[in-house]
Ligand binder design. Structure first.
Ligand code: HOZ
Length: 417
């Protein structure tokens, strides 16, 4: 039943473009209207019509400990009594910065911002300021938020809408964004060759997770490390999805590669609007007020978001076995999908079943997926009480709150598709 969701969606459409504040949520690609959420607890999410779902969106990743995780909620409630925003420094910002650096000990400094988009946009500005170069390389199908220069052959909602470039972005803004193919070293080499001494940075999702999950081929990330070093360019890992999820130290720990800069997203805020970019001291010292790369914001390091982030990262740090648990849960789901005949990609607790017959190792492979079949699969899962991302081109996230019962129910749903 979805009467109330339908009514709320109709109402929302009167005053919000498409009725949603972020496009994929409109469920357009799965040819039905969205469910409106009332609340969430642990691994479950509840809609306004009284339906309950096992949730594999997990707010697009950050709810790795489950929704309404008590230590986070209690700390946030307490912090609210002290005021919601000061626009001035607090001790907890340093506490959170140090926790983040414990995860990536080869880095020196952290700047807190509000969203993954902001973190990436800022990191790129820093890379340009530091190197004195303008051009960057990004990969087709990788998504780095919605700043102008990065909306070029982007994944996530743009791929979902079959429109990987955005209107409203002046040509000049993307002229310095060069495109390479993920998992294709030759395409990167060609760009370095054609633009000698001009490339400030290569930005990559170490595991592509915004065109569905596509793992890096053996040696690909090391190749990026080597070629950037050889050309005095920076390597930026966009770990908005992989950070604190593949391991406490994210993809850099998981794959044993040390990039020059890393961007983290919502997971560092325990699901609240918080994100960060980090780097070595010499790079980060170009940021104002030390250096001349400007980046600022009243809500940067917001005390409530920082409190939530500290509690979540402390929990992850104190029980690293979490990563083995969520890996094993995701493996069970992977097996169920494989048994049903899907192509599946999985890295740790991130996975994607694909509607295509061959392996999925590139953007070109992703484009072969049958999105109509995905839509039917999505609707079947939803009707069986399983909430997965409403797009073939997003990841499935498993949390530590998922239970054996949840997994059994999900596996049955997969068998019944
Ligand atoms: N495109 C976002 C995930 N990769 C969706 C964000 C949202 O709708 O909240």
């Amino acid at each position: 039943m979805s009467d109330r969701s339908e009514a709320l969606f109709d109402d929302a459409k009167q005053v919000i473009p498409g009725g949603v504040n972020s496009p994929v949520r409109a469920f357009k690609a799965v040819e039905r209207n969205p469910v409106f959420i009332k609340n969430a607890k642990g691994s479950h999410i509840f809609d306004v019509d009284g339906n309950e779902y096992v949730d594999y969106v997990c707010s697009w990743g950050p709810m790795i400990l489950g929704h309404a995780y008590p230590p986070v909620i209690e700390a946030v409630k307490k912090a609210c009594d002290n005021g919601l925003s000061y626009g001035a420094p607090t001790e907890n910002e340093t506490v959170l910065a140090k926790l983040i650096l414990e995860a990536v000990p080869f880095m020196d400094k952290v700047r807190l911002v509000n969203s993954g988009t902001e973190a990436v946009m800022s990191a790129i500005r820093v890379a340009r300021g530091y190197t004195g170069r303008d051009k960057i390389i990004k990969f087709r199908g990788n998504y780095h938020g919605h700043s102008d220069g990065l909306l070029v052959t982007a994944g996530s909602g743009l791929l979902t809408e079959s429109n990987p470039d955005s209107a409203g972005v002046p040509k000049g803004y993307t002229a310095t964004t060069l495109l390479a193919d993920y998992n294709d070293a030759t395409s990167v080499e060609a760009l370095f060759k054609a633009n000698p001494g001009e490339i400030a940075a290569v930005i990559v999702e170490p595991v592509s997770a915004n065109m569905g999950v596509v793992p890096p081929k053996e040696g690909f990330l090391q190749f990026l490390r080597d070629i950037t070093k050889a050309n005095d360019s920076l390597l930026i890992f966009d770990e908005v999805i992989t950070g604190f999820r593949l391991a406490f130290g994210g993809a850099s720990e998981y794959f044993g590669i040390q990039p020059d800069m890393i961007t983290f997203g919502k997971i560092v805020g325990g699901g609240m609007p918080l994100a960060a970019y980090v780097g070595k001291a010499d790079i980060m010292n170009v940021v104002a007020p030390v250096g001349s790369v400007y980046q600022a914001g009243t809500l940067s390091g917001n005390p409530i978001a920082v409190t939530a982030g500290i509690k979540q990262l402390e929990a992850l740090k104190s029980d690293k076995a979490i990563y083995d648990r969520i890996d094993s849960y995701a493996k069970k789901l992977e097996e169920a999908y494989l048994e049903k005949g899907f192509t599946v990609n999985r890295v740790g607790s991130l996975l994607s079943p694909f509607f295509t017959s061959g392996p999925v190792v590139s953007y070109a492979d992703v484009l072969k997926c049958d999105t109509n079949k995905f839509a039917a699969y999505f609707r079947s899962m939803l009707s069986q009480g399983i909430y997965v991302a409403p797009s073939q081109f997003e990841a499935m996230f498993v949390s530590d709150a998922h239970t054996e019962d949840d997994l059994d129910k999900t596996i049955k749903a997969i068998q019944n598709i």
